[in-house]
Design a protein around this ligand. Sequence first.
Ligand SMILES: CC(C)(COP(=O)(O)OP(=O)(O)OC[C@H]1O[C@@H](n2cnc3c(N)ncnc32)[C@H](O)[C@@H]1OP(=O)(O)O)[C@@H](O)C(=O)NCCC(=O)NCCS
Length: 152
Amino acid sequence: MIEIKKPTLKEVGAMRNLLRPEVERGVILERTADEIANAIRSYNVAWEEGEIVGFCALHIHSPSLAEIRSLIVKESHRGRGIATSIIEVSLKEALGLGVKEVLVLTYQRTLFEKLGFVEVSKEAIPDHKIWADCIKCKYFPICEEIALIKRF
Ligand SMILES: CC(C)(COP(=O)(O)OP(=O)(O)OC[C@H]1O[C@@H](n2cnc3c(N)ncnc32)[C@H](O)[C@@H]1OP(=O)(O)O)[C@@H](O)C(=O)NCCC(=O)NCCS
């Protein structure tokens, strides 16, 4: 059974290990242990049988805008709705915090469209996101990710 809950700092190493293959493929940006620890309260982590099988972060950019970041599900566990459940929990959290819009930059259009996200122009991406994150990506500035937003 999948359980989704907040991680503790003990989980930082396991979270980085889960990200590693996708970081190597250039699909997800590397996050240092300190970066994950700084943002530990923003994550929701899925567990199955004592093992972390996926997570994402809900990063707050402004009083109205948040972003889904670092969404990952362990390869052996994909296609079972785990990402969908993690995103739903993060959206509920966003709503509870009073966020008005949740942004995601992704290659996974269908997954997010099914959850009510709609594609927007990349102009909607805050400048500080580009300069803090995108610039670290090996595909910058020729990036094929699309931006989608869910509005509450
Ligand atoms: C993208 C990613 C997180 C999706 O994880 P996932 O747990 O497989 O996602 P879900 O199972 O919720 O949805 C994936 C598909 O399985 C389908 N699915 C959902 N529940 C299902 C179920 N119970 N049984 C079978 N299939 C199901 C969904 O319809 C979806 O199909 P779609 O591709 O047509 O949308 C995962 O593939 C991953 O970690 N990829 C690498 C990193 C990445 O791309 N991250 C996104 C950055 S934003």
